[in-house]
Design a protein. Sequence first.
Length: 98
Amino acid sequence: MEAMVVILILIILFCLFLRPSEGKAGEKTVSRKLSRLPKDEYKVLNDIMLSTPKGTTQIDHIVISTYGIFVIETKNYNGWIYGGEESEYWAINSCQSR
């Protein structure tokens, strides 16, 4: 019984502390790649926090250029992501992160 409790605690700690760092690592990688865009054509904003009527929301990356405004949400998944511009939810073919 004690072994089960220890395993459960380790799983919870893994989910709370290691998983978010994987996401941050993915965001950092994308940020580094976006920083290579020509500075005279692109303005890159990273990790933007916005206030909303329901609290706050965070945007990983915003790229502003004469070609448009691009909002990028970084996920550290591999596989295919399915969804459309009118879809309320998108799905991936695997729940596992890289």
